[in-house]
Design a protein around this ligand. Structure first.
Ligand SMILES: C=C(OP(=O)(O)O)C(=O)O
Ligand SMILES: [Mg+2]
Length: 556
């Protein structure tokens, strides 16, 4: 009998196949007395150096810019002098190389977890470094992704960046992890490669090697023990769907021609370069960039990128964007994306603290420099970017941001709606602004008072929740009244059926990572605007996400 496990669907799509599990971390031998501390120290340092070189080499070969940046950052963590010092101290206190590495990594891991948010998620990077270095010190094979010689569903405790970037999309059908959240490496890279993925999947640790499973990356479900024939049928249908949706091209339209812009979420110009595209994103045509997350330029750096560097990075995106349309989001720092150079005070509750636009309360010049650089890049390329701020909460913040952007000649100024307060005052915000873009990832977090990285609260963070949809409906209605665009750029936009609901609520554009676009385009093309409105009414009337999904039959 098949059993269904629940987790957090972080990269949509279906797949089915046999499970291969990641090799476990190397076991530490029982401690034994060290006779030659010098030799032991050499062994430990050699193991760390080998790990740094291995990660740097993988970064070199990384298939895209996201993967490269993540691996480079991980290689820097492995090369951190304070980690090496801790290992040395431990060896000098009588530990073997393997035990010293283990102890030092455990110490640094605790510090990362205590820092919370983005740092806490980097704990997985350190676990990977520990496993690699301990294996090297013990002369064991480096742990990594299996290569069974046939397509497989990869099941792991968690995936490190190094594991994820080396996944061969030709053999890995889907990813299932016990740990991880929506912003974990597994989630980011699975989306970039168009691989269905379920994280925070309780019970995944008990799925046996070779078991036939199906993975639904949209619903966050893993069906275990389905049998070979059922798996083959599910995989065949998934392949057909992917092939079919990739052949559909052109702008987003409902079946009766109502236009809905289909836009891309990107972190840098590299996401727009064909050589960097995931195979699943081949041939994607979008109508522009709906969310350019500029913080990627600032992450994992000791110093703020300079004005010239920023101008060059923004100009590269303006030149490469489909149709030249780009919505730039100014720096979204804080909470899960801390930037040490900002020098912000530690907070007990960072998600409710100084993040997003609020950073400009304490470091106003960072936003000013960024707006200057965006304006300069626009002049240099002849582009007319739309510029929006993250985490706008009040009308005063919106007015202040709009004033600063317009003073620099930026013509189209907007705000992300990520806080319920902004959604409730959408009409008033639109008196100051030209457009709104709804960030459903954060809007869910703040509406349902549930940490967006919390796998256990996945049901509350489900974008089919009627309370979230009601806020979206209110924003869209405000946009309609003002005659101004209101889009969605959170992960909700990439759910093909929910996309019909969003359009029915009055949303004018949907922005997502490239692999999500074909299926959303196809779904819209199969529904008339009236059908989308029916779907919106049904979803708003449902008491929970399951009821909402059941009420809506695809393509009706
Ligand atoms: C798009 C969003 O912003 P980010 O995921 O970058 O916080 C969002 O919150 O929905
Ligand atoms: Mg957000």
């Amino acid at each position: 009998m098949a059993e269904t496990l629940k987790g957090l669907g972080v990269s949509s799509g279906r797949a089915a196949g046999r499970v291969c599990r990641m090799a476990g971390p190397p076991e530490l031998p029982a401690p034994s007395p060290v006779t030659d501390a010098g030799a032991e120290l050499n062994r430990a340092m050699e193991a760390l150096r080998a790990t740094v070189s291995e990660l740097a080499a993988r970064a070199e070969k990384a298939p895209d810019a996201d993967a490269k940046a993540i691996l480079e950052a991980q290689s820097l963590i492995a090369d951190d002098p304070s980690l090496h010092e801790s290992v040395e101290t431990s060896v000098r206190s009588g530990k073997s190389a393997a035990h010293a590495i283990d102890e030092a990594c455990a110490h640094h891991r605790r510090a990362l977890l205590a820092a919370g948010g983005y740092f806490a998620e980097r704990a997985a990077d350190l676990d990977d470094i520990r496993n690699r270095a301990v294996a090297a010190a013990l002369g064991l094979p480096v742990p990594g992704v299996p290569d069974p010689g046939h397509p497989f569903v990869l099941v792991a405790g968690d995936l490190s960046p190094a594991d994820t970037v080396n996944l061969d999309p030709g053999s890995v059908l889907a990813l299932v992890t016990e740990k991880g959240g929506p912003t974990s490496h597994t989630a980011i890279l699975a989306r970039a490669r168009g691989l269905p993925a379920v994280v925070a999947c309780r019970g995944a640790g008990d799925i046996g090697e070779g078991t036939w499973v199906s993975v639904d990356g949209l619903r966050g479900e893993v069906e275990v023990g389905i049998g070979e024939e059922a798996a083959a049928e599910i995989q065949r249908r998934a392949d057909d769907d992917r092939r079919r949706t990739r052949t559909v091209r052109g702008p987003g339209r409902t079946s009766d021609g109502h236009p809905v812009k289909l836009l891309l979420n990107i972190g840098s110009a590299a996401d727009l370069a064909p050589r960097d595209r995931a195979p699943s994103a081949e041939g994607v045509d979008a109508e522009g960039v709906g969310l350019f997350r500029t913080e990627f330029l600032f992450l994992d750096r000791r110093e703020e990128p300079g004005y010239e560097e920023q101008v060059a990075a923004y100009a590269a995106v303006f030149r490469a964007a489909p149709g030249g349309h780009v919505v730039v989001r100014t720096l979204d720092a804080g909470t899960d994306k801390p930037l040490p150079f900002l020098g912000l005070a530690e907070e007990t509750n960072p998600a409710l603290g100084v993040r997003g636009l609020r950073v400009s309360r304490v470091r106003s010049e960072v936003l000013d420099t960024q707006l200057d650089a965006i304006a300069e890049a626009a002049r240099a390329t002849g582009a007319e970017p739309w510029v929006m701020a993250p985490m706008v909460t009040t009308v005063g913040e919106a007015a202040d941001f709009a004033g600063r952007a317009r003073a620099r000649g930026i013509a189209r100024v907007g705000a992300m709606v990520e806080v319920p307060a902004a959604a409730l005052r959408a009409g008033r915000l639109l008196k100051e602004l030209d457009f709104l873009s709804i960030g459903t990832n954060d809007l869910s977090q703040y509406t349902f008072a549930s940490d967006r990285q919390h796998g256990e609260l996945a049901d509350l963070l489900d974008p089919w929740q009627a309370a979230l949809l009601q806020l979206i409906a209110d924003c869209a209605a405000a946009g309609k009244a003002a005659g101004k665009p209101v889009g969605v750029c959170g992960e909700a936009a990439a759910d093909p059926l929910l996309a019909t609901v969003l359009v029915g609520l009055g949303v004018t554009s949907l922005s997502m990572s490239a692999p999500g676009i074909p299926a959303v385009r196809e779904s819209l093309a199969a529904h008339s605007l009236e059908r989308c409105r029916d779907n919106a009414r049904l979803a708003l009337a449902a008491d929970d996400p399951a009821e909402a999904r059941k009420a809506i039959v695809p393509g009706r």
